[in-house]
Ligand binder design. Sequence first.
Ligand code: DHB
Ligand code: FE
Length: 288
Amino acid sequence: MARITASVFTSHVPAIGAAIDLGRTQDAYWQPVFKGYEYSQQWMKDNKPDVVFLVYNDHATAFSLDLIPTFAIGTAESYAPADEGWGPRPVPTVVGHPDLASHIAQSVIQQDFDLTIVNKMDVDHGLTVPLSLMCGQPGPGEGWPCPVIPFAVNVVQYPVPSGQRCFNLGRAIRNAVESYDEDLNVHIWGTGGMSHQLQGARAGLINKEWDLAFLDRLVDNPHGLAKMPHIDYVREAGSEGIELVMWLIARGAMSDIDSPAPVPKVAHRFYHVPASNTAVGHLILENQ
Ligand code: DHB
Ligand code: FE
């Protein structure tokens, strides 16, 4: 059977992608950010997954106010990097895993979560920046290290899903993966966040104390964290801090107090401010 062995949590700031693409990673401003991912890039090589299930949000790129799926699973063969206004990022096309993605769609929908099925979509910084941070920049002619199943969550236009629903969905995804016949090592990533607000009177808001407590609770008490209402995210972590509900999907797919395995091991933890307007947070958890 397939198994989820690890989860990765990381912010997705578009300027990080630009810093990589423009060769600026060793600039004084960016160097501390990329230093936090040196361990992670080696970890990816040492723990190479067969498939990454990548939970992220689209930023009105593939979707728009015309069409707002709450949860959308990519079942396509491939996904092109999107043009977000400066041309597509010079990174490889993302290769999908249509067979596992279709199985997960079938299983998760039968567990009463209504997913939108996406057979054609471009992927924006929400997906490509986490891949760049974890995998580095692929050389000419190289692809990403493994297939990726994109899973887009609406955290842009209210109403957005609750933390509890995201956590429960993660558990359904875990069941789905474990009912797939082929032996596959699957990693699940939760991306976006941490505290940031890009607009309005509180633009530039960062809340380090709250972010660090979120990281602690995500590891030790995800059930309690899942109960946190939206207003707390927005008040404490800014209007775009709501992206953090996506981390609960990945955490819900890992072992927890209701499964026989113990709490996952923290392989790596990193936090840094500033990166553009966002507090960069990052965790790697391994199921034991
Ligand atoms: C920034 C952060 C985001 O999450 C995003 O989607 C766009 C911009 C920023 O910090 O600049
Ligand atoms: Fe974002």
